[in-house]
Ligand binder design. Sequence first.
Ligand code: SF4
Ligand code: FES
Length: 241
Amino acid sequence: MGRLLTFDIFRYNPNQPGVKPRMQRYLLEETPGMTLFLSLNRIREEQDPSLMFDFVCRAGICGSCGMIANGILRMACSTLTRDLFPSIRLMPMPLFKMVGDLSVDTGTWFRQLNKKTKAWIHSRQAFDPDALEMPMSNADAANIYELERCIECGCCVACCATANSRDDFLGAAGIHRIARFMLDPRDGRTQPDYFKILGTQEGTFGCFETMACEDHCPLNLPLDDSIEYVRDKAERMGKKY
Ligand code: SF4
Ligand code: FES
């Protein structure tokens, strides 16, 4: 027989503003290989169909199942209950718009981030349908690949002191994304173009440097390095422009 797990789960439905936020308790017997996602699914199927939480891939790829479990930001689909105490407290990620219970809207935040950072290749060349592909060195491709791995889970933003105190801050995910384009030889943006996005309190100069972002990134992306790289570039640009 597995351990008896106690789940204390945050409940709130913004569509029912008359019902105050509360914690609700559920009990569940642990089974081998059980994840937080599997537990929540069982609770919803067997005990409470009204429980709201997000998931898509169940494989740590889509970035939709972030939540706070026992005080730490985690992905529900890749967190095994056997790695937690039998008393499990689940809260939604802060900062993002609440959809209900453990479900928050990270998509709107990331769409705005993509617009603010203009997160696409800016070519200065006129479109030529017969142009050959632009060659890239293996080192450049490997560096860009590393920075492209972000799954937009929002953990680095939810744990960020600056992002929680000003909603215009780009966050580690945004700064990391800009670093990705700065490294890309196909991107034709100039240093003043980048400085407009980065050289402000909304950008890299707003970071309080608590560096919780890298500690909480489920993919272990090198967020500290990205912030340092971008800040160093922004400081040099600031001296010039
Ligand atoms: Fe999630 Fe890491 Fe991307 Fe931040 S950088 S959104 S923590 S995958
Ligand atoms: Fe996709 Fe967890 S369900 S990352």
